[in-house]
Write a protein that binds this ligand. Structure first.
Ligand code: UD1
Length: 421
């Protein structure tokens, strides 16, 4: 199993270019199942999760070709199987996203309950309720979920999501594009990745309006065709590098970013005393100009503070002046990094979904474990400022979601290497 060795590094300085968004590309790839024609996706981050999705699509009958670096061609002339294999789905929760497209195109889908990061129970009841509202019959058999439409196919309806789930919004949207009639998806997720998916589906011939608001209107069409699309920049990677600059008191120019997508991170870092210059598609983060102090954070669905940046931000808050509070409202078990950060010398107490972080911690390098993808990023950030050497295990989690992670950090002056244990 690979490990990362992180040495205390000085202030990070220089430029970094953000990759395409993991959370956007996975649904885009699933959406390509909806058409017989070729779909070309650019700025695809080459990540383990993308490889998993590629394997799932190929097992269903797609031809997936890497045309050049970061460009994928996906053609699904025929769907040869409507069952996603357990070995593939178990590795990645986002594999549930093939359910909507399979159901829409073939009228049937068989999927094992999905895996992914262990950051909570992560049920899929909202996905299934939405698909049922469109006319699918859901049954459970041998740990598999089976969805079938019968001869009438999917029929548009009004669906209210009890929580604006990102995955459920995407899955239902992908099913509804080929349904008979119009679907109104209310209390829908508003994340930029939803807008990216809707833009791609509309290029394929879908009729979707309102993506990015809490009500999405999807007028069903008979057929979708191929399309070309460029993935939006990854706002979580952007936030991670903003925090890398902040925690090391560095100065980093972040290119290929969408500043609008990281507004809450900009606001909170500014509150702490970090100077941020915002361009059209870039950000300059200056933490080398003065002292920084605490702030309070509450994670929320977009446009609120992103849960995926909660753990990297918490690593940063351990180092600033004063006490901070972090409240996690999106996932019920997303404080696993706390024990690891405390092992490094942080002083964080949790009670339910609230964490209180005492600042000015003197972090020390030691052996820690990446318990999930973003927790792994948080430990790397802590390792950059900890005295001595931090050894991080289970880094496959980090590699699921960050492209060229070590190269990008080392390009800014970080001392990180990867070893095979
Ligand atoms: C996506 C992101 C993930 C991010 C999360 C929230 C991808 C591939 N992953 O995950 O990085 O942390 O959004 O921004 O895009 N829930 C239910 N029932 C459901 C579905 C979800 O109760 O049917 C709950 C979940 O347990 C969780 C909350 O809703 O507590 C948010 O989940 P959701 O928005 O669906 O996240 P994902 O799509 O899994």
């Amino acid at each position: 199993m690979a490990k990362y060795i992180v040495e205390q590094s000085g202030p990070l300085k220089g430029e970094v270019v953000i990759s395409g968004a993991k959370n956007a590309v996975l649904p885009l790839m699933a959406a390509a199942l909806l058409a017989e024609d070729e779909c070309i996706i650019r700025d695809v981050p080459m990540l383990r999760d993308v490889t998993f999705m590629k394997e799932i699509l190929m097992s269903l009958g797609s031809e997936v070709v890497e045309l050049e670096d970061n460009v994928l061609s996906i053609t699904t002339k025929d769907i040869i199987s409507t069952e996603a294999k357990f070995e593939l789905v178990n590795k990645m929760r986002a594999s549930i996203l093939v359910m909507g497209p399979l159901l829409a195109r073939k009228g049937v889908a068989r999927i094992p309950h999905p895996g992914g990061c262990a950051i909570g129970a992560r049920p899929i009841d909202l996905h299934l309720k939405g698909l049922e509202a469109l006319g699918a019959v859901i049954t459970y058999k041998d740990d598999y979920i089976e969805a079938a439409t019968g001869s009438q196919g999917l029929i548009g309806d009004t669906i209210y999501l009890d929580f604006p789930s990102v995955g459920a919004t995407e899955n239902i949207m992908m099913a509804a594009v080929l349904a008979e009639g119009t679907t109104y998806l209310e209390n829908a997720a508003e994340e930029p990745e939803i807008v990216d998916l809707a833009n791609f589906l509309n290029k394929m011939g879908a009729k979707i309006k309102g993506a990015g608001t809490d009500t999405i209107r999807i007028e069903g069409v008979d057929k979708l065709g191929g399309a070309k699309h460029t993935v939006i920049p990854d706002r979580i990677e952007t936030g991670t590098f903003m925090l890398a600059a902040a925690i090391t008191k560095g100065a980093v120019h972040i290119k290929n970013a969408v500043p609008d997508h990281v507004k809450p991170i900009i606001a909170k870092l500014r509150e702490c005393g970090v100077r941020i210059e915002v361009g059209d598609d870039d950000l300059i983060v200056r933490a080398d100009l003065g002292p920084q102090s605490s702030t309070d954070i509450k994670t929320l669905p977009y446009p609120g503070f992103p849960t995926d940046i909660q753990s990297p931000f918490m690593a940063y808050l351990t180092t600033v002046e004063g006490s901070s509070t972090v409240i996690e409202t999106v996932f019920e078990n997303r404080f696993m990094h706390v024990a690891q950060l405390n092992k490094m010398g942080a002083s964080i107490e949790t009670a339910g979904n609230k964490a209180i972080i005492r600042g000015n911690a003197r972090l020390r390098g030691c052996q820690v474990m990446a318990t999930d993808l973003r927790a792994g990023a948080a430990l790397v950030l802590a390792g950059l400022v900890a005295e001595g050497t931090t050894e991080i295990s289970e880094v496959f989690h980090i590699e699921r979601g960050y492209e060229k992670f070590i190269d990008k950090f080392c390009g800014l002056g970080a001392k990180i290497s990867r070893i095979d244990d």
